[in-house]
Unconditional design. Structure first.
Length: 214
């Protein structure tokens, strides 16, 4: 990554990034960073990159769970304290929202309802708060941009907290074992995969408009 990068676009997972990566393949001033899941991974990866460059803007992106029942699969929401990014994101089809950064995946509709009650947030995710904090320390404009992958009134098919490694990333061996033990959950997992694909595509369509603006 060179020091003149205009946009640093962060994702927790490569699956979140692929559609945008395809759209931005020819944009030399855009750099993608896959951090891994959770605050610790996001902070360490971002700090390492910022030691060598100062991007004009940082976008912290990926999937989010809805806490607001008005949000649907594929809706793209954002939050930023930067006036320029606020204008760009508004023009690009995203809608403003309030975010709660959680240390764990919100798995059930009941968990989401409790988070909505206690935080008032519209969506929940796991990395953006620390990325925003690091960017404020460095004086780098930052925006959280997320696409809804699961709605407020639905349970996830598995408790992903139980099949994660100590570093918060998904343990593929535990995932395979969980599916083998509960094959009846395969249709719900396939629906989630489809929803995530839609969310990633909708997110990419917004992000490419933001990073292409002069």
């Amino acid at each position: 990554m060179n020091r003149e990068t205009q946009s640093l676009v962060c994702f927790a997972l490569k699956e979140e990034a692929i559609p945008f990566q395809n759209l931005a393949a020819d944009l030399t001033e855009v750099h993608l960073l896959v951090t891994g899941i959770g605050r610790a991974n996001a902070e360490s990866k971002l700090r390492a990159v910022l030691e060598n460059c100062r991007p004009r803007q940082v976008l912290t992106c990926g999937f989010a769970g809805a806490l607001n029942s008005q949000l649907a699969i594929g809706d793209v929401v954002f939050a930023t304290g930067d006036a320029m990014l606020l204008e760009r994101l508004g023009r690009s089809g995203a809608r403003p929202a309030s975010f709660h950064c959680s240390a764990r995946v919100a798995v059930t509709a009941a968990e989401k309802a409790e988070l909505r009650r206690t935080t008032g947030a519209d969506v929940v995710e796991m990395e953006s708060e620390v990325i925003q904090t690091v960017c404020r320390e460095r004086g780098v404009p930052c925006a959280t941009v997320r696409a809804i992958s699961d709605t407020a009134d639905e349970d996830l098919p598995l408790d992903f907290n139980q099949i994660s490694k100590p570093d918060a990333n998904l343990d593929l061996g535990k995932l395979a074992l969980a599916i083998a033990k509960s094959p009846g959950k395969i249709p719900a997992l396939l629906r989630l995969r489809k929803n995530c694909r839609l969310a990633a595509e909708r997110l990419a369509a917004v992000l490419i408009k933001v990073v292409e603006q002069p």
